[in-house]
Design a protein around this ligand. Structure first.
Ligand code: DHB
Ligand code: MG
Length: 217
C-alpha cells in the first residue's frame, strides 16, 4: 500500500459516508481564502467528532484551537439545539473568519468563540464540559490536558489531535517541538490517574497521523 491508496480509500469513505456538505465546504474555502493552513481534521474525522459528541450525549463542548471553524461546525451540529461549544482561538483574524462560517452554517447561537491564547483563556472558563477537543499548539498539550481534566468531570470525553505525525511519535530523539509536546501529552494520558486513554492512527487525506481518545475517570 502507498499513500495514494490510502488517500483514495479515504476519499471513497468520505464520499460514501460523509458526502457533499455545502456549509463545511464553504468554511474550508473561506479558511483557504484567508491564508490559513489546511490543517483542519479530515471529513471522516470531523464526522467522528460529531458522532462522539452525540454518542456521549455531550451538551457542553470545549474546543482548543478553532482555526477556520471546520471541526467547530461538526461538533456544534452534534450538541443539538440548546447545546454549546466554547472554542478558543489565539488569532483574532482566524476567529473572525470562523465566526462567519459558523454563523453561515446555521449553528452560530451554539458557538462562543473566545479570542486569546488558550493558556490565558482557559483559567477564565467555568466547567463542566462534557467533551473537550484539543487541536492547538502541540507544545502546550500537557497544559491543555490538565485544563480538560479540571474543566471536565468523571465521564468527560477528551480527544487530542495529531498523535501520529508520520510515525515520528515513536522517535525518542525527535527534535520537533510539536512531536515532543505530543509525546509528553501521551505519557500524561498513560500515567495520570485522571485519564483512561487509547489512540488510533489514521492514514488518509491528511497523511499519516492519528487521535487519542480519553475518558476522565
Ligand atoms: C499541523 C496539523 C494539525 O492538524 C494541527 O492541528 C496542527 C499542525 C501540522 O501539520 O503542522
Ligand atoms: Mg490538528
Amino acid at each position: 500500500p502507498t499513500y495514494e491508496n490510502w488517500r483514495a480509500a479515504d476519499g471513497y469513505l468520505s464520499e460514501t459516508l460523509v458526502g457533499h456538505d455545502p456549509a463545511l465546504e464553504a468554511a474550508l474555502a473561506a479558511q483557504q481564502d484567508a491564508g490559513m493552513p489546511a490543517i483542519e481534521v479530515a471529513p471522516v474525522s470531523g464526522k467522528l467528532l460529531n458522532l462522539l459528541v452525540r454518542m456521549s450525549g455531550a451538551r457542553r463542548v470545549l474546543e482548543i484551537g478553532t482555526l477556520g471553524g471546520y471541526s467547530t461546525i461538526w461538533m456544534a451540529r452534534g450538541v443539538g439545539e440548546g447545546g454549546r461549544v466554547v472554542t478558543v482561538e489565539a488569532e483574532s483574524a482566524n476567529a473572525a473568519v470562523a465566526r462567519k462560517s459558523i454563523d453561515a452554517a446555521g449553528v452560530g447561537e451554539r458557538v462562543d468563540i473566545r479570542i486569546g491564547r488558550a493558556a490565558d483563556v482557559l483559567p477564565t472558563l467555568v466547567g463542566d464540559f462534557d467533551l473537550v477537543f484539543i487541536d492547538a499548539d502541540k507544545e502546550s498539550n500537557t497544559i491543555y490536558l490538565d485544563w480538560a481534566a479540571r474543566l471536565g468531570r468523571p465521564g468527560t470525553v477528551v480527544v487530542l489531535d495529531n498523535i501520529g505525525r508520520e510515525g515520528e511519535i515513536a522517535n525518542a530523539h525527535s527534535a520537533d517541538s510539536m512531536v515532543v509536546g505530543t509525546q509528553h501529552a501521551l505519557r500524561m494520558l498513560g500515567e495520570d490517574p485522571r485519564f483512561d486513554a487509547t489512540a488510533l492512527q489514521t492514514v488518509g487525506l491528511k497523511g499519516w497521523d492519528g487521535i487519542a481518545i480519553a475518558l476522565l475517570v
